[in-house]
Design a protein around this ligand. Structure first.
Ligand SMILES: NC(=O)c1ccc[n+]([C@@H]2O[C@H](COP(=O)([O-])OP(=O)(O)OC[C@H]3O[C@@H](n4cnc5c(N)ncnc54)[C@H](OP(=O)(O)O)[C@@H]3O)[C@@H](O)[C@H]2O)c1
Length: 345
């Protein structure tokens, strides 16, 4: 039995989603993969970092979180108010980093990830900030310390796009990718395609929890830009800055524009695209509303669903459609990375 001592930093929707799956799939992990995961530490901003060498009680942590009670109510734990200090002072084999995405400087996630890699811990993360702004640096750090860094959950949650490209399509040379990488904007555009106004649909999306109170990151395309940067780094080995992605959001799309597209048998989608330019040995990256004919596989991806179409020299077009967010869907992305690392040890 391979034992993985795991630390989860960021115990919100995604951190709890992973913990829930670990409890749910404990028997499967043991029998199918010979893996025993011992959750030794958990951290949130409010309650700090708790550690118990013999392992924490996951159902109890989930109950405490659901009741909005401090994680320190768990008995027999050591406690640090600051997650970074707790991480530095304790030991584990792997970090699951699930604090909020910050596209300015990637903190606090990037410090957690740097510290864990430097300590010789493997890292799995759903946090888009470090992956979008510093993938090359972090992969180099992982290599230096002979550990792995995996990022499946950062793009399309648990829908396996990164592993499909890097493992399933290994040996194929990717030439271009186009995708719907943001569920909120796709929900809004899909509803607008039924004849409704942007403002009305945005308000509804906010009510239903699909859009944030401040929707800027989604509707102006910044979230899709972050995912585009991650794919540029992982698939094309290109480090791009956010300003290098040509970006346009969906907030100016009118009902009339949408109706015009529909009358021409088209749909408007917020498309993130990457195209390898062989002459320049660089990639062109864009996030922008795009009119798609109905026979394009992305045209009929509606609601909060995400999708990515990949073109390569040996596989002309592969399209993956699936959820791009959610507690269990994102937890699955982290779980898949955890298992992949554990199997390789
Ligand atoms: N939700 C999704 O469907 C989804 C999908 C793909 C990727 N992601 C990414 O996954 C990450 C987590 O998302 P989420 O939805 O779980 O967010 P969330 O519910 O807001 O959870 C974030 C967690 O991070 C904690 N945190 C913040 N700063 C911290 C610090 N300095 N030290 C320790 N903990 C800290 C927060 O603590 P408090 O609870 O005390 O505030 C909270 O527990 C984000 O980067 C997000 O972009 C999310």
């Amino acid at each position: 039995m391979k034992q993985i001592r795991l630390s989860i930093i960021g115990f919100g929707v995604v951190g709890q989603g992973l913990a829930e799956l670990l409890a749910l799939k404990q028997t499967q992990l043991r029998h199918e993969f010979g893996i025993e995961v011992v959750l030794v530490s958990v951290a949130s901003a409010r309650y700090g970092f708790i550690y118990r060498s013999e392992g924490l009680d996951i159902p109890l942590l989930l109950e405490l979180s659901a009741a909005r009670l401090p994680l320190t109510n768990h008995s027999g734990v050591q406690h640090w108010t600051n997650a970074l200090q707790g991480l530095q002072a304790t030991d584990a084999d792997m970090l699951a980093e699930a604090t909020g995405t910050n596209l300015q400087d990637a903190e606090p996630g990037i410090s957690h990830i740097r510290t864990a890699l430097t300590k010789g811990m493997h890292v799995i993360t759903a946090n888009k900030g470090p992956a979008a702004l510093a993938a090359a640096e972090l992969f180099a750090l992982a290599e230096k310390h002979h550990v792995q860094l995996r990022l499946e959950a950062t793009v399309m949650a648990g829908t396996p796009v990164i592993s499909t490209i890097r493992e399933g399509m290994v040996g194929s040379s990717i030439t271009a990718m186009r995708g719907i990488l943001n569920g909120t904007t796709n929900y809004i555009l899909s509803a607008m395609a039924t004849g409704r106004d942007y403002a009305e649909v945005l308000a509804e999306a906010q009510q239903q929890g699909y859009a944030e109170a401040d929707p800027t990151a989604d509707v102006e395309g910044y979230d899709a830009v972050a995912k585009t940067l991650i794919l540029a780094a992982l698939v094309f080995g290109q480090t791009l800055r956010p300003e290098q992605v040509i970006r346009q959001g969906i907030s100016t799309i009118s009902r009339q524009q949408m109706q015009n597209a529909i009358s021409q048998q088209k749909r408007i989608k917020l498309i993130a695209s990457l195209r390898f330019l062989p002459a320049e040995k660089s990639v062109e990256a864009r996030v922008e509303p795009t009119e798609l004919p109905l026979n394009d596989p992305l045209a009929r991806v509606d609601g909060v669903m995400n999708a990515l179409t990949i073109q390569s020299d040996t596989l002309p077009e592969v399209t993956i459609i699936g959820p791009g967010a959610g507690r269990q869907a994102t937890g699955q992305g982290l779980l898949a990375d955890l298992i992949a690392i554990a199997k390789s040890l």
